[in-house]
Design a protein around this ligand. Sequence first.
Ligand SMILES: *Cc1c(COP(=O)(O)O)cnc(C)c1O
Length: 378
Amino acid sequence: MCDCGKKHIFLASPHMSEEKYEQAYVKEAFDTNWIAPLGENVNRFEKEMSEKLGAKAATALTTGTAAIHIGLKTLGVGKDDIVFCQSLTFSASANPIIYQNAIPVFIDSDEDTWNMSPDALERAFEKYPNVKAVIVVHLYGLSADMDRIIDICNKHNVPIIEDSAESLGTTYKGKYTGTFGHLGIISFNGNKIITTSGGGMLLFNGENAEAEAKKARFWATQSREPARHYQHSEIGYNYRMSNIVAGIGRGQLKVLDNRVEKKRYIYNYYEEHIGSLDGIELMPMHEWSKSNCWLTAITLSDKVTPERLMNALEQANIESRPIWKPMHMQPVFAGCDYIDNGRVAQKIFENGVCLPSDTKMTDEDLVRVCKEIRKLWL
Ligand SMILES: *Cc1c(COP(=O)(O)O)cnc(C)c1O
Protein backbone atom coordinates (compact mmCIF):
# COMPACT_ATOMS: atom_id res chain seq x y z
CA MET A 1 0.00 0.00 0.00
CA CYS A 2 1.19 3.54 -0.61
CA ASP A 3 0.43 6.79 1.17
CA CYS A 4 -0.66 8.61 -1.97
CA GLY A 5 -4.18 8.91 -0.62
CA LYS A 6 -5.72 7.15 -3.60
CA LYS A 7 -8.07 4.21 -3.23
CA HIS A 8 -6.31 0.85 -3.34
CA ILE A 9 -7.08 -1.18 -6.44
CA PHE A 10 -6.80 -4.93 -5.88
CA LEU A 11 -5.52 -7.55 -8.27
CA ALA A 12 -8.52 -9.76 -7.45
CA SER A 13 -10.49 -9.80 -4.21
CA PRO A 14 -13.47 -11.75 -2.86
CA HIS A 15 -16.77 -10.50 -4.25
CA MET A 16 -19.87 -11.79 -2.49
CA SER A 17 -23.24 -11.50 -4.21
CA GLU A 18 -25.19 -8.27 -3.84
CA GLU A 19 -28.23 -10.44 -3.01
CA LYS A 20 -26.37 -12.05 -0.07
CA TYR A 21 -27.15 -15.56 -1.29
CA GLU A 22 -24.08 -16.82 0.55
CA GLN A 23 -25.35 -15.59 3.90
CA ALA A 24 -28.75 -17.18 3.34
CA TYR A 25 -27.21 -20.62 2.76
CA VAL A 26 -24.87 -20.21 5.71
CA LYS A 27 -27.76 -19.09 7.91
CA GLU A 28 -29.71 -22.18 6.89
CA ALA A 29 -26.77 -24.29 8.00
CA PHE A 30 -26.73 -22.48 11.36
CA ASP A 31 -30.48 -22.78 11.81
CA THR A 32 -30.43 -26.52 11.26
CA ASN A 33 -27.13 -26.91 13.16
CA TRP A 34 -25.61 -28.53 10.07
CA ILE A 35 -22.37 -26.71 10.90
CA ALA A 36 -20.16 -29.74 10.53
CA PRO A 37 -19.12 -32.20 9.38
CA LEU A 38 -21.32 -32.47 6.31
CA GLY A 39 -24.85 -31.53 5.33
CA GLU A 40 -27.11 -30.38 2.55
CA ASN A 41 -24.94 -27.50 1.33
CA VAL A 42 -22.06 -29.85 0.55
CA ASN A 43 -24.23 -32.31 -1.37
CA ARG A 44 -26.07 -29.56 -3.21
CA PHE A 45 -22.92 -27.62 -4.02
CA GLU A 46 -21.44 -30.72 -5.65
CA LYS A 47 -24.60 -31.35 -7.59
CA GLU A 48 -25.13 -27.74 -8.66
CA MET A 49 -21.53 -27.42 -9.83
CA SER A 50 -21.63 -30.70 -11.81
CA GLU A 51 -24.86 -29.63 -13.47
CA LYS A 52 -23.57 -26.16 -14.28
CA LEU A 53 -20.39 -27.48 -15.89
CA GLY A 54 -21.59 -30.77 -17.27
CA ALA A 55 -19.34 -32.97 -15.13
CA LYS A 56 -20.58 -36.46 -14.26
CA ALA A 57 -19.79 -36.14 -10.54
CA ALA A 58 -17.96 -33.90 -8.08
CA THR A 59 -16.38 -34.08 -4.64
CA ALA A 60 -16.07 -30.89 -2.57
CA LEU A 61 -12.76 -30.56 -0.72
CA THR A 62 -10.89 -28.11 1.48
CA THR A 63 -8.66 -26.75 -1.31
CA GLY A 64 -7.86 -27.05 -4.97
CA THR A 65 -4.50 -28.51 -3.97
CA ALA A 66 -6.27 -31.28 -2.06
CA ALA A 67 -8.36 -31.91 -5.18
CA ILE A 68 -5.20 -32.47 -7.25
CA HIS A 69 -3.81 -34.72 -4.53
CA ILE A 70 -6.93 -36.88 -4.36
CA GLY A 71 -7.10 -36.76 -8.16
CA LEU A 72 -3.65 -38.31 -8.41
CA LYS A 73 -4.70 -41.01 -5.94
CA THR A 74 -7.80 -41.66 -8.02
CA LEU A 75 -5.56 -42.33 -11.01
CA GLY A 76 -3.40 -44.66 -8.95
CA VAL A 77 -0.33 -42.41 -9.03
CA GLY A 78 2.19 -43.65 -6.47
CA LYS A 79 5.85 -44.01 -5.69
CA ASP A 80 8.22 -43.35 -8.62
CA ASP A 81 5.42 -42.95 -11.16
CA ILE A 82 6.05 -40.26 -13.76
CA VAL A 83 3.56 -37.43 -14.07
CA PHE A 84 3.79 -34.80 -16.82
CA CYS A 85 2.90 -31.35 -15.54
CA GLN A 86 2.73 -27.97 -17.24
CA SER A 87 5.71 -25.90 -16.12
CA LEU A 88 4.09 -22.46 -16.37
CA THR A 89 1.74 -22.62 -13.41
CA PHE A 90 1.36 -22.07 -9.68
CA SER A 91 3.27 -24.55 -7.51
CA ALA A 92 0.03 -26.12 -6.27
CA SER A 93 -0.33 -27.89 -9.63
CA ALA A 94 2.89 -29.81 -9.02
CA ASN A 95 3.28 -30.20 -5.25
CA PRO A 96 0.76 -33.06 -4.93
CA ILE A 97 2.91 -35.13 -7.34
CA ILE A 98 5.58 -35.02 -4.64
CA TYR A 99 3.03 -35.80 -1.89
CA GLN A 100 2.47 -39.08 -3.75
CA ASN A 101 6.24 -39.72 -4.02
CA ALA A 102 5.86 -39.60 -7.78
CA ILE A 103 8.19 -37.86 -10.24
CA PRO A 104 7.16 -34.69 -12.07
CA VAL A 105 8.43 -33.98 -15.57
CA PHE A 106 7.70 -30.41 -16.58
CA ILE A 107 6.40 -29.45 -20.00
CA ASP A 108 6.92 -26.09 -21.69
CA SER A 109 4.09 -23.92 -23.05
CA ASP A 110 2.98 -22.68 -26.47
CA GLU A 111 3.09 -18.99 -27.28
CA ASP A 112 -0.32 -19.38 -28.81
CA THR A 113 -2.13 -20.55 -25.67
CA TRP A 114 0.42 -19.93 -22.86
CA ASN A 115 -0.47 -23.49 -21.79
CA MET A 116 1.01 -26.95 -22.34
CA SER A 117 2.66 -27.31 -25.74
CA PRO A 118 1.32 -30.39 -27.57
CA ASP A 119 4.63 -30.64 -29.46
CA ALA A 120 6.62 -30.71 -26.24
CA LEU A 121 4.13 -33.20 -24.81
CA GLU A 122 4.70 -35.51 -27.79
CA ARG A 123 8.44 -35.32 -27.29
CA ALA A 124 7.98 -36.00 -23.58
CA PHE A 125 6.15 -39.24 -24.42
CA GLU A 126 9.01 -40.28 -26.70
CA LYS A 127 11.39 -39.87 -23.80
CA TYR A 128 9.09 -41.35 -21.14
CA PRO A 129 6.79 -44.03 -22.53
CA ASN A 130 5.54 -45.00 -19.08
CA VAL A 131 3.55 -42.12 -17.69
CA LYS A 132 0.79 -42.34 -15.15
CA ALA A 133 -0.98 -38.98 -15.59
CA VAL A 134 -0.78 -35.59 -17.31
CA ILE A 135 -1.64 -32.35 -15.49
CA VAL A 136 -2.75 -29.64 -17.93
CA VAL A 137 -3.43 -26.13 -16.64
CA HIS A 138 -5.76 -23.44 -18.03
CA LEU A 139 -3.68 -20.52 -16.88
CA TYR A 140 -5.34 -17.18 -16.10
CA GLY A 141 -8.53 -18.62 -17.55
CA LEU A 142 -7.00 -19.30 -20.97
CA SER A 143 -7.87 -22.70 -22.34
CA ALA A 144 -5.16 -25.16 -23.33
CA ASP A 145 -5.23 -26.73 -26.80
CA MET A 146 -7.39 -29.61 -25.56
CA ASP A 147 -8.12 -31.44 -28.83
CA ARG A 148 -4.45 -32.03 -29.56
CA ILE A 149 -3.55 -32.76 -25.95
CA ILE A 150 -6.40 -35.26 -25.58
CA ASP A 151 -5.39 -36.90 -28.87
CA ILE A 152 -1.81 -37.39 -27.73
CA CYS A 153 -2.82 -38.66 -24.28
CA ASN A 154 -5.38 -41.06 -25.74
CA LYS A 155 -2.76 -42.45 -28.08
CA HIS A 156 -0.67 -43.30 -25.03
CA ASN A 157 -3.65 -44.26 -22.93
CA VAL A 158 -2.77 -41.78 -20.18
CA PRO A 159 -5.46 -39.92 -18.22
CA ILE A 160 -5.56 -36.13 -17.92
CA ILE A 161 -6.13 -34.00 -14.84
CA GLU A 162 -7.26 -30.54 -15.90
CA ASP A 163 -6.15 -27.93 -13.42
CA SER A 164 -9.04 -25.51 -13.90
CA ALA A 165 -8.34 -23.66 -10.66
CA GLU A 166 -8.16 -20.40 -12.59
CA SER A 167 -10.56 -21.17 -15.41
CA LEU A 168 -13.98 -21.80 -13.85
CA GLY A 169 -16.43 -20.49 -16.45
CA THR A 170 -14.04 -20.76 -19.40
CA THR A 171 -15.32 -22.73 -22.36
CA TYR A 172 -13.33 -24.60 -25.00
CA LYS A 173 -15.35 -25.24 -28.17
CA GLY A 174 -18.54 -24.60 -26.24
CA LYS A 175 -17.83 -26.91 -23.30
CA TYR A 176 -16.57 -25.91 -19.84
CA THR A 177 -12.94 -26.50 -18.91
CA GLY A 178 -12.62 -29.11 -16.19
CA THR A 179 -14.91 -31.50 -18.07
CA PHE A 180 -12.47 -32.72 -20.74
CA GLY A 181 -9.96 -34.67 -18.68
CA HIS A 182 -10.69 -37.89 -16.82
CA LEU A 183 -10.59 -35.48 -13.85
CA GLY A 184 -10.77 -31.73 -13.42
CA ILE A 185 -10.15 -29.53 -10.40
CA ILE A 186 -11.46 -26.13 -9.32
CA SER A 187 -10.25 -23.80 -6.58
CA PHE A 188 -12.33 -21.46 -4.43
CA ASN A 189 -9.34 -19.73 -2.87
CA GLY A 190 -9.77 -16.05 -1.95
CA ASN A 191 -8.47 -14.59 -5.21
CA LYS A 192 -10.21 -16.97 -7.60
CA ILE A 193 -13.19 -15.97 -9.74
CA ILE A 194 -15.56 -17.23 -7.06
CA THR A 195 -14.46 -18.01 -3.53
CA THR A 196 -15.67 -19.87 -0.48
CA SER A 197 -12.88 -18.24 1.63
CA GLY A 198 -10.95 -21.39 0.76
CA GLY A 199 -12.03 -24.60 -0.92
CA GLY A 200 -11.78 -26.83 -3.92
CA MET A 201 -13.59 -29.41 -5.97
CA LEU A 202 -12.63 -32.52 -7.87
CA LEU A 203 -14.65 -33.16 -11.04
CA PHE A 204 -15.13 -36.62 -12.51
CA ASN A 205 -15.77 -37.14 -16.21
CA GLY A 206 -14.87 -40.79 -16.74
CA GLU A 207 -17.00 -43.89 -17.01
CA ASN A 208 -16.87 -44.65 -13.29
CA ALA A 209 -17.42 -41.07 -12.23
CA GLU A 210 -19.89 -41.79 -9.41
CA ALA A 211 -17.79 -44.57 -7.90
CA GLU A 212 -14.63 -42.48 -8.12
CA ALA A 213 -16.35 -39.49 -6.49
CA LYS A 214 -17.49 -41.74 -3.68
CA LYS A 215 -14.00 -43.14 -3.18
CA ALA A 216 -12.62 -39.59 -3.14
CA ARG A 217 -15.06 -38.68 -0.37
CA PHE A 218 -13.89 -41.73 1.55
CA TRP A 219 -10.19 -40.80 1.31
CA ALA A 220 -11.05 -37.20 2.18
CA THR A 221 -12.79 -38.24 5.42
CA GLN A 222 -9.86 -40.20 6.89
CA SER A 223 -10.70 -43.37 4.96
CA ARG A 224 -13.10 -44.23 7.71
CA GLU A 225 -14.92 -47.45 6.98
CA PRO A 226 -18.58 -47.93 7.79
CA ALA A 227 -18.12 -49.65 11.15
CA ARG A 228 -19.25 -48.43 14.55
CA HIS A 229 -15.70 -48.58 15.83
CA TYR A 230 -13.23 -46.55 13.82
CA GLN A 231 -11.90 -48.99 11.23
CA HIS A 232 -9.24 -48.13 8.65
CA SER A 233 -7.60 -50.23 5.95
CA GLU A 234 -6.15 -47.29 4.03
CA ILE A 235 -4.40 -44.03 4.88
CA GLY A 236 -6.87 -41.18 4.81
CA TYR A 237 -6.90 -37.39 4.67
CA ASN A 238 -8.91 -34.68 6.36
CA TYR A 239 -9.81 -32.88 3.15
CA ARG A 240 -13.60 -32.64 3.11
CA MET A 241 -15.29 -29.27 2.62
CA SER A 242 -17.45 -28.12 5.53
CA ASN A 243 -21.15 -27.38 5.22
CA ILE A 244 -20.62 -23.69 6.10
CA VAL A 245 -18.00 -23.24 3.39
CA ALA A 246 -20.21 -25.06 0.87
CA GLY A 247 -23.02 -22.60 1.68
CA ILE A 248 -20.79 -19.73 0.59
CA GLY A 249 -19.97 -21.70 -2.55
CA ARG A 250 -23.60 -22.24 -3.47
CA GLY A 251 -24.25 -18.53 -3.19
CA GLN A 252 -21.17 -17.68 -5.22
CA LEU A 253 -22.08 -20.14 -7.96
CA LYS A 254 -25.26 -18.13 -8.56
CA VAL A 255 -23.18 -15.10 -9.56
CA LEU A 256 -20.43 -16.92 -11.47
CA ASP A 257 -21.81 -15.79 -14.85
CA ASN A 258 -21.87 -12.16 -13.68
CA ARG A 259 -18.29 -12.42 -12.50
CA VAL A 260 -17.17 -13.91 -15.81
CA GLU A 261 -18.95 -11.13 -17.67
CA LYS A 262 -17.21 -8.47 -15.60
CA LYS A 263 -13.80 -10.10 -15.99
CA ARG A 264 -14.30 -10.14 -19.77
CA TYR A 265 -15.33 -6.50 -19.65
CA ILE A 266 -12.09 -5.68 -17.82
CA TYR A 267 -10.02 -7.56 -20.40
CA ASN A 268 -11.79 -5.75 -23.25
CA TYR A 269 -11.30 -2.42 -21.52
CA TYR A 270 -7.56 -2.99 -21.29
CA GLU A 271 -7.43 -4.15 -24.87
CA GLU A 272 -9.14 -1.02 -26.05
CA HIS A 273 -7.23 1.45 -23.90
CA ILE A 274 -3.68 0.10 -23.69
CA GLY A 275 -3.68 -2.76 -26.19
CA SER A 276 -2.27 -0.66 -29.01
CA LEU A 277 0.68 0.75 -27.07
CA ASP A 278 4.00 -0.21 -28.65
CA GLY A 279 5.43 -3.30 -27.01
CA ILE A 280 2.31 -4.37 -25.08
CA GLU A 281 0.64 -7.62 -25.95
CA LEU A 282 -2.40 -8.96 -24.17
CA MET A 283 -2.66 -12.67 -23.38
CA PRO A 284 -3.84 -14.60 -26.43
CA MET A 285 -7.53 -15.07 -27.21
CA HIS A 286 -8.98 -17.48 -29.75
CA GLU A 287 -12.34 -17.93 -31.42
CA TRP A 288 -12.49 -21.56 -30.22
CA SER A 289 -12.45 -20.57 -26.57
CA LYS A 290 -14.27 -18.07 -24.36
CA SER A 291 -11.98 -17.24 -21.47
CA ASN A 292 -13.26 -16.28 -18.03
CA CYS A 293 -10.45 -13.68 -18.11
CA TRP A 294 -9.64 -14.42 -14.46
CA LEU A 295 -6.64 -12.09 -14.65
CA THR A 296 -5.74 -9.92 -17.61
CA ALA A 297 -2.08 -10.66 -18.21
CA ILE A 298 0.15 -8.85 -20.68
CA THR A 299 3.66 -9.27 -21.98
CA LEU A 300 6.01 -6.38 -22.60
CA SER A 301 8.81 -5.86 -25.04
CA ASP A 302 10.72 -2.65 -25.78
CA LYS A 303 11.43 0.08 -23.31
CA VAL A 304 8.99 -0.56 -20.47
CA THR A 305 9.99 -3.53 -18.34
CA PRO A 306 7.56 -5.42 -16.08
CA GLU A 307 9.54 -4.14 -13.12
CA ARG A 308 9.04 -0.53 -14.16
CA LEU A 309 5.36 -1.00 -14.84
CA MET A 310 4.69 -2.79 -11.55
CA ASN A 311 6.62 -0.11 -9.63
CA ALA A 312 4.67 2.69 -11.29
CA LEU A 313 1.37 1.01 -10.43
CA GLU A 314 2.46 0.38 -6.87
CA GLN A 315 3.28 4.10 -6.47
CA ALA A 316 -0.30 4.80 -7.48
CA ASN A 317 -1.71 2.28 -4.99
CA ILE A 318 -2.58 -0.21 -7.72
CA GLU A 319 -1.80 -3.90 -7.27
CA SER A 320 -0.22 -5.95 -10.05
CA ARG A 321 1.81 -9.13 -10.08
CA PRO A 322 4.38 -10.99 -12.16
CA ILE A 323 3.42 -14.10 -14.11
CA TRP A 324 3.91 -17.41 -12.24
CA LYS A 325 7.55 -18.43 -12.23
CA PRO A 326 7.76 -21.73 -14.15
CA MET A 327 8.21 -24.86 -12.08
CA HIS A 328 11.36 -26.00 -13.93
CA MET A 329 13.02 -22.75 -12.76
CA GLN A 330 12.06 -23.25 -9.10
CA PRO A 331 14.82 -24.33 -6.70
CA VAL A 332 12.54 -26.90 -5.10
CA PHE A 333 12.15 -28.73 -8.44
CA ALA A 334 15.78 -28.27 -9.53
CA GLY A 335 16.37 -32.00 -9.99
CA CYS A 336 13.35 -32.55 -12.25
CA ASP A 337 13.40 -33.03 -16.00
CA TYR A 338 11.89 -30.44 -18.31
CA ILE A 339 10.83 -30.70 -21.94
CA ASP A 340 11.57 -27.43 -23.68
CA ASN A 341 9.70 -25.75 -26.51
CA GLY A 342 12.00 -22.77 -27.03
CA ARG A 343 11.84 -21.31 -23.52
CA VAL A 344 8.28 -20.10 -23.99
CA ALA A 345 7.30 -20.36 -20.32
CA GLN A 346 10.43 -18.56 -19.25
CA LYS A 347 9.87 -15.72 -21.73
CA ILE A 348 6.27 -15.24 -20.66
CA PHE A 349 7.41 -15.19 -17.05
CA GLU A 350 10.21 -12.70 -17.67
CA ASN A 351 8.14 -10.31 -19.77
CA GLY A 352 4.71 -10.70 -18.21
CA VAL A 353 2.56 -8.75 -15.78
CA CYS A 354 -0.91 -9.47 -14.39
CA LEU A 355 -3.01 -6.31 -14.32
CA PRO A 356 -5.65 -5.65 -11.68
CA SER A 357 -8.73 -7.62 -12.64
CA ASP A 358 -10.90 -7.22 -9.58
CA THR A 359 -14.60 -7.57 -10.37
CA LYS A 360 -15.33 -4.75 -7.92
CA MET A 361 -13.39 -2.28 -10.08
CA THR A 362 -15.35 0.66 -11.42
CA ASP A 363 -14.80 2.35 -14.77
CA GLU A 364 -13.08 5.13 -12.85
CA ASP A 365 -10.63 2.59 -11.45
CA LEU A 366 -9.96 1.24 -14.93
CA VAL A 367 -9.38 4.77 -16.22
CA ARG A 368 -6.88 5.30 -13.41
CA VAL A 369 -4.96 2.08 -14.13
CA CYS A 370 -4.78 2.78 -17.86
CA LYS A 371 -3.70 6.38 -17.26
CA GLU A 372 -0.82 5.24 -15.05
CA ILE A 373 0.26 2.74 -17.69
CA ARG A 374 -0.02 5.20 -20.59
CA LYS A 375 2.19 7.67 -18.69
CA LEU A 376 5.09 5.25 -19.15
CA TRP A 377 4.76 5.56 -22.91
CA LEU A 378 4.85 9.39 -23.00
C1 LIG B 1 -5.08 -21.53 -6.93
C2 LIG B 1 -4.48 -22.60 -7.75
C3 LIG B 1 -4.38 -23.92 -7.29
C4 LIG B 1 -4.64 -24.35 -5.88
O1 LIG B 1 -5.84 -24.07 -5.35
P1 LIG B 1 -5.98 -23.87 -3.76
O2 LIG B 1 -7.45 -23.89 -3.56
O3 LIG B 1 -5.35 -22.54 -3.44
O4 LIG B 1 -5.30 -25.00 -3.09
C5 LIG B 1 -3.91 -24.89 -8.17
N1 LIG B 1 -3.54 -24.58 -9.41
C6 LIG B 1 -3.59 -23.33 -9.88
C7 LIG B 1 -3.17 -23.08 -11.29
C8 LIG B 1 -4.04 -22.29 -9.07
O5 LIG B 1 -4.04 -21.04 -9.52
